[in-house]
Design a protein around this ligand. Structure first.
Ligand code: PEP
Ligand code: MG
Length: 930
């Protein structure tokens, strides 16, 4: 019930319903938030009564009373949206404290210092979050209190100092706000509820929503929950954990905790947390005992909870827990964020463990995640000057110019520069910079407390540490972040965005004022090139070369499972041997598009090409074409060899000829020299070839209509290559000759006859019968309308959706980039139609062409070779449209294999089945205590 209760509320209710120890509480639903904004920031009239009733139930379960002077109930008030928005909205803890209840807390905990420290923190947090006061007001007072007492650290303050501090804080509130700090717990409660609902619209939350496509209409829920304390003594603790390793996916209990501490102490990274397990302690070489050793009974209970949670949610969980006076409480569970590597490993392991099915494992992996696995890594042979080491928090290697602020990252990346964001630590305010950067390096997180306090004393009591948290963490939202290594804000966000991240490189000293950092005698200025390796945690001076990723193990398993489920074939668009090999290694089942013109731009070939274009007559043109034939044949031989019997679709020359002719005087002069023709002819030809709208001009099949000898040469090159390869291998090459930009049957018929005549001649000369097919691209609306006619002659269709989108919209694919962002912003289009197929328009034409084509030619082979062939949503469309294959760039092949499997599974309604298998209804109604 995440939509109604928000992620946190739903999970707390769910945990309670499966019998886990959750402090009681209740949720104000996201519907209340929606209504709050609809109705001018007012609440539904029944809300007050419902809150009162729920609070009464919480009181009954805890045996405490809200605002009671002898046995008070304290609560936390937290946000919780449908999708996780870590740290973006507000939270208030210890709510219910006032001058009376604090005395009761002191008595019950038998610790006056603890009670007044909690009270001091509450006043500060409430004043910040609810009253909107600046935190420096309180920092000043805290400093003064320490000076007065003659101490350096907060924990050295005496209870009476804290008591006075609370008074001073409240006086500041009175002075700044012109009203007194609310003593009435009910007023506090409603103030906090309002602040959390209001925080849905703060700038951080808005930016996060934009970046993650989270609709504003979803709203946040508000969770009100009884407080539990991990800082009431040495039988208390607090911790965070992942049920499996979020970095590599290993099935290890992975987390950290602090004895006698609050959640903020773990997340703020100011004391070195302890490991959960003996195994982790040993492997990290930590001197501090693990939870398994310190509290074996609790550890056992927590391990059982871990198993229960995974069995219930059938996914890796990210949990928060508190131990209060020897009793375990679960405060949070949610699906854990993880690296692409971990996502893959966990999906495969869970399917192998029988926790989920293979199809569930496949459905769980976002195709874009696969992209991250294909990131290059550092060339192991490259020389590198490692200047620092941090924690490998998000994989992949990133190279960029160093910047120190999120704004600078955005500014430079807009100018086309690749940047690396270097921060002491990131906060949610840096989110735009994280997005713009190639990778992130942070320095805080792995470092011990002495970094902040100047005195290396990891034994400082946790309750005293809050004021040492650096200013970036002071906002309560940020306090919820985890600052240490794998769980730090930078790491969590970078993993989510697929950005490499090295976190907690503690030796690096950042000097924001001077725009530089230094480490081990090396100083790096803003704008200098730096490399980070998110796998080893290394920080390297300069730019280090990278190598293509190695794919094996779980990647291979997932890909083979995907192949079992998909019906769409996946081919690649490739013209170089390197691309073809890469595509084959990624599992491409053939080449769906060889753009032959690309071959003519290489090396000396352009000279022959230009000779052909500049030829004075047909004979001259044929002489130039003879040279091109040799080169083209060589290239295609390689492709056939690499593809080893898999089909290769070669497209005839497509672009307007003037693209091959230079336009500046000096370039024309050198072309004239190289081609051995007078400069005047080059000038004249360039003028002749100039067109007002080249993309709608003399290009595609229209070239071959004017110059059939080009079509003859290309057909000859393809088929002679097929004959040559066929003689030396057992698997016969399959050649598909494809005619571009056809709009009439007559065009196609004429060129088909040229191709067949040439094919007959080649077969006769070579004394072989070759496997070849002649088909057409469908990239003009007229071709879609005439698909039935074209299918009478064409053996296959390949939808060129780049041009088909351009011509259907009447929107230049080369110019749309300048104004499409306005369309997106104004909601006219949801997606760039050149990236994700316009299913309503272009898709309709494709459906029509598929229907008409297959009516004329039963079982006709059809595919897509526009950019959309690698886009998961478009692949889903292609599956529904009944295409036989998609063809995409080599690096998209694995993504396409997975997306094709998911499309097939969705089609079979597998998704609905998956949702129903494990769905357990929460015991409680949408609004009500858990
Ligand atoms: C297309 O138009 O979709 C296509 C594949 O051809 P090109 O991008 O080369 O025009
Ligand atoms: Mg095209």
């Amino acid at each position: 019930m995440k939509n109604l209760l928000g992620g946190k509320g739903a999970n707390l209710a769910e945990m309670a319903s499966i019998g886990l120890p959750v402090p009681p509480g209740f949720t104000l639903t996201t519907e209340v938030c929606a209504s709050f904004y609809e109705k001018n920031c007012t609440y539904p009239k029944e809300l007050a009564d419902q809150v009162a009733q729920s609070l009464a139930l919480v009181e009954a379960r805890t045996g405490r009373k809200f605002g009671d002077a002898s046995n008070p109930l304290l609560v936390s008030v937290r946000s919780g949206a449908r999708a996780s928005m870590p740290g973006m909205m507000d939270t208030v803890l210890n709510l219910g404290l006032n001058d009376q209840t604090v005395e009761a807390l002191a008595k019950q905990a038998n610790d006056r210092r603890f009670a007044f420290d909690s009270y001091r923190r509450f006043v500060q947090m409430y004043s910040d979050v609810v009253l909107g006061m600046e935190l420096h007001n309180f920092e000043k007072l805290l400093e003064r209190a320490k000076q007065r007492r003659g101490v350096k650290n907060d924990h050295e303050l005496l209870p009476e100092d804290l008591e006075r501090l609370v008074k001073d804080y409240k006086a500041t509130v009175q002075l700044e706000m012109g009203e007194s700090f609310p003593e009435d717990p009910q007023e506090q409660l409603w103030g906090a509820i309002g602040a959390v609902f209001n925080s849905w619209m703060n700038q951080r939350a808005k930016t996060y929503r934009q970046l993650h496509d989270i609709p504003e209409s979803w709203g946040t829920a508000v969770n009100v929950q009884a407080m539990v304390f991990g800082n009431m003594g040495n039988d208390c603790a607090t911790g965070v954990a992942f049920t499996r390793n979020p970095s590599n996916g290993a099935n290890d209990f992975y987390g950290e905790f602090l004895v006698n501490a609050q959640g903020e102490d773990v997340v703020a990274g100011i004391r070195t947390p302890q490991e959960l397990t003996i195994k982790a302690r040993k492997s990290h070489g930590s001197d501090l005992p693990s939870l398994e050793e310190v509290m074996p009974g609790i550890f056992k209970e927590l391990s059982t909870v871990r198993k229960q949670l995974e069995a219930h949610y059938t996914d890796m969980q990210d949990i928060e827990f508190t131990i209060q006076q020897g009793k375990l409480y679960m405060l949070q569970t949610r699906t854990g964020k993880r690296t692409a590597h971990a996502a893959l490993q966990i999906a495969v392991d869970m399917a192998n463990e029988g926790l989920i099915s293979k199809s569930q494992a496949l459905m769980r992996l976002k195709p874009d995640l696969i992209d991250q696995l294909l990131h290059p890594t550092l060339d192991p042979k490259a020389k590198k000057q490692v200047i620092a080491k941090g924690l490998p928090a998000s994989p992949g290697a990133a190279v960029g110019k160093v910047v120190f602020t999120a704004d600078e990252a955005v500014r430079r990346s807009k100018d086309g520069e690749k940047v690396l964001l270097v921060r002491i630590e990131t906060s949610p305010d840096d989110i735009h910079g994280l997005h713009a950067a190639e990778g992130v390096l942070t320095t805080r997180g792995g470092a011990p407390v002495c970094d902040l306090s100047g005195s290396p004393s990891p034994a400082i009591p946790a309750a005293a540490l809050l004021s040492m948290i650096p200013p970036t963490f002071k906002r309560q939202g940020v306090l919820r972040m985890r600052a240490r290594g794998m769980t730090s804000h930078a790491a969590v966000v970078a993993r989510g965005m697929g950005r490499p991240c090295v976190a907690g490189a503690g030796d690096v000293r950042v000097d924001y004022a001077a725009n530089k950092f230094s480490v081990g005698g090396v100083t790096v200025q803003e704008g200098q090139l730096l490399t980070i390796d998110g796998v080893s945690g290394e920080v390297i001076l300069g730019e280090v070369p990278t190598v293509a990723p190695q794919l094996s193990g779980s990647f291979g398993t997932i890909m083979s499972w995907a192949d079992d489920f998909r019906s769409l074939q996946v081919r690649a668009n490739a013209e170089t041997p390197a691309d073809a090999r890469q595509a084959k290694s990624f599992g491409a089942q053939g080449i769906g598009l060889v753009r032959t013109e690309h071959m003519f731009f290489e090396g000396g070939r352009i000279v022959a090409m230009r000779q052909m274009i500049l030829a004075a007559d047909e004979n001259d043109r044929k002489a130039a074409l003879d040279k091109l034939l040799v080169m083209q044949r060589e290239d295609i031989v390689e492709l056939f060899r690499i593809m080893d019997g898999l089909p290769v679709t070669v497209r005839l020359l497509d672009p307007p000829l003037h693209e091959f002719i230079p336009h500046s005087e000096s370039e024309m002069a050198s072309v004239a020299r190289a081609a051995g023709v007078p400069l005047e002819r080059v000038r004249r030809r360039a003028t002749e070839l100039k067109e007002a709208n080249p993309m709608l001009g003399h290009r595609g099949c229209r070239l071959a209509i004017t110059y059939p000898e080009i079509c003859e040469m290309q057909t000859r090159a393809i088929l002679e290559a097929a004959a040559e390869v066929g003689r030396s291998t057992s698997k016969q090459p399959v050649a598909e000759i494809m005619v571009p930009l056809v709009s009439t049957l007559e065009e196609f018929a004429l060129l088909k006859s040229v191709i067949e005549k040439t094919a007959a001649a080649v077969q006769k000369e070579q004394g072989v019968t070759l496997k070849y097919h002649v088909g057409t691209m469908i990239e003009l609306p007229r071709a879609c309308l005439q698909a039935g006619k074209l299918a009478e002659q064409a053996e296959f269709f390949s939808f060129g959706t780049n041009d088909l989108t351009q011509t259907t919209y009447g929107l230049s694919r080369d110019d749309a980039g300048s104004f499409l962002p306005d369309y997106k912003e104004k909601g006219i289009v949801e997606q760039d139609p050149f990236v994700s197929l316009d299913q309503a328009g272009v898709g309709e034409l494709i459906n029509m062409a598929v229907g008409r084509g297959r009516t004329a030619r039963q079982g006709m082979k059809m595919g897509i070779c526009g950019e959309h062939g690698g886009d998961p949503a478009s692949i889903e469309f292609c599956n529904k449209a009944g295409l036989d294959y998609v063809s995409c760039s080599p690096f998209r092949v694995p993504v396409a294999r997975l997306a094709a499997a998911q499309a097939a599974l969705k089609d079979k309604g597998e998704k609905a089945l998956q949702a129903s298998t494990k769905a357990t209804k929460p015991r409680n109604p949408a609004f009500g205590p858990w």
